[in-house]
Design a protein around this ligand. Structure first.
Ligand SMILES: [Zn+2]
Ligand SMILES: [Zn+2]
Length: 232
């Protein structure tokens, strides 16, 4: 009885700390954006804009790689990633709406904590000195971190029947993953459209056969074939 109360207390404390880490990411990201805007001038504005776009694309690529890896290799028993990451993706395929039951801490926990750590590192004097005069690099990092951190939330919103108005506007503009763009991932044969922050890279990577090429490379290197048939 006492042990279960202690476990509940520790779980509650863990949730509280996770919530704090997620909320801390917001002012930290705001500091980075304000520093970036303050550093922009006529010469650096265009390179910074292009770098920001590159950061968004890089985040989309990372979400695609992680998602593809979890859908294609291993199972729930795989050490380290199985019980958490792989299980979450497999459950999501069995019941895509189940993620709507998860609260904002459960959805955003891991990526937001990683983003908070990265944003704290960017505040270190050494990092600040390295970024000084490099608005493009700062723009790339800001947007890469922001879109990576928000990936789970953006994915969740693509499954919400009526997300907030502003979110629907961003989805329609294509600035974040839209339900239509993501729906393809949940249709047979379930082996494409892995990118889940904006989904911008999905048509390119799918048409180029990038994922199948990567699978052949992994199989050649490890001798392990990808999961067979339907990847649900
Ligand atoms: Zn998937
Ligand atoms: Zn989904």
């Amino acid at each position: 009885m006492r042990a279960s109360a202690l476990r509940r207390g520790l779980d509650g404390m863990g949730q509280g700390l996770c919530g704090f880490a997620i909320l801390l990411a917001l002012p930290l990201a705001a500091v980075q954006l304000l520093t970036l805007f303050a550093a922009l001038d006529a010469r650096s504005a265009l390179p910074a804009l292009l770098a920001a776009l590159l950061g968004v694309l890089a985040a989309d690529a990372v979400t695609g790689l992680v998602h593809w890896a979890c859908d294609t290799w291993g199972d729930e028993q795989t050490p380290y990633f199985g019980p958490s990451l792989i299980r979450a993706f497999r459950e999501h395929h069995r019941d895509p709406r189940a993620m709507l039951e998860h609260d904002w801490i459960e959805v955003n926990r891991e990526p937001a904590i990683a983003a908070t750590a990265a944003l704290l590192l960017l505040l270190l004097p050494g990092a600040q000195r390295a970024l000084e005069g490099h608005a493009a690099l700062q723009a790339f990092l800001c947007f890469f971190i922001a879109y990576s951190a928000l990936a789970n939330q953006l994915h969740r919103w693509s499954h919400v029947p009526r997300p907030p108005l502003a979110v629907r506007g961003l989805q329609r503009c294509g600035l974040i993953l839209s339900p239509t763009r993501h729906a393809r991932h949940h249709r047979a044969p379930y082996i494409g459209a892995y990118c889940i922050s904006t989904g911008w890279l999905n048509p390119v990577l799918d048409l180029a056969g990038f994922w199948r090429l990567l699978e052949r490379g992994v199989t050649r290197f490890t001798g392990i074939p990808p999961r067979d048939g339907s990847r649900r």
